[in-house]
Design a binder for this molecule. Structure first.
Ligand SMILES: [Fe+2]
Ligand SMILES: [Fe+2]
Length: 171
C-alpha cells in the first residue's frame, strides 16, 4: 500500500504532462523514457513483482474462495494490461522521436489509459484484495511474507543496473 502512494504521485505528474501535451502539442521524449522506467522498474517489476511472485504464489497454496481467486485473476490480467499499454507507449515514443508527429496522440492516449486504469487497480487492492488476503495468513506467515518482500526489494537495484549494462553490451 505504501508503494501505491508513490505510484499515485507519479500518475499525478503524468497527468500534469498530459495537460501540457494538449496545450503545447509536444512532449519531451526523455520524460516519456523516464516515466516508462518508473512504470516498468518500480510499478511493474518491484511492486507487481512482489504481488505476483510472493503474495499471489502464497495465496495459490491456500484454499481460496472462488470469488477471491476470481479477483486475483483479474489483478493478474490488469498487470498484463499495464504491460501492454506501456509497450504501446514505448513504440509511440520511438516513432515520435523519429519525427512522426502523429505518434503524439498515441503517447497521450496511452498515458491517459494508465492514469485512468491504475487508480482503479490500486483501489481494488487496497480496499478489497489486500484485506481479504490477510485473512488467509497467520501472523507468522504474514511476517515471513514481509521478510521475503524486503529481500525481493534488496535485489531490485542490482537487477536494474545489471540489466542496464547488459542492454549496452547487447547493442
Ligand atoms: Fe497489482
Ligand atoms: Fe499493487
Amino acid at each position: 500500500m505504501i508503494e501505491h502512494r508513490l505510484i499515485e504521485r507519479m500518475l499525478s505528474v503524468i497527468k500534469g504532462v498530459l495537460a501540457k501535451i494538449e496545450s503545447k502539442h509536444a512532449v519531451d521524449p526523455v520524460f516519456v523514457d523516464i516515466a516508462v522506467d518508473f512504470i516498468r522498474v518500480y510499478a511493474d517489476r518491484t511492486h507487481h513483482g512482489k504481488e505476483e511472485d510472493i503474495l499471489f504464489r502464497e495465496l495459490n497454496k491456500k484454499a481460496l474462495k472462488a470469488e477471491d481467486s476470481q479477483i486475483m485473476k483479474e489483478l493478474i490480467e490488469e498487470h498484463l494490461f499495464g504491460r501492454q499499454t506501456t509497450k504501446a507507449l514505448v513504440e509511440a515514443n520511438n516513432l515520435y522521436r523519429k519525427g512522426d508527429e502523429t505518434a503524439l496522440a498515441d503517447i497521450a492516449a496511452n498515458f491517459k489509459t494508465l492514469t485512468e486504469f491504475y487508480p482503479r487497480h490500486i483501489e481494488k487492492e487496497d480496499k478489497i484484495f489486500f484485506p481479504l488476503s490477510r485473512t488467509y495468513f497467520t501472523d507468522e506467515e504474514d511476517q515471513a511474507l514481509l521478510a521475503e518482500f524486503w529481500e525481493f526489494d534488496r535485489n531490485m537495484i542490482h537487477e536494474k543496473y545489471k540489466s542496464l549494462v547488459e542492454g549496452f553490451e547487447d547493442r
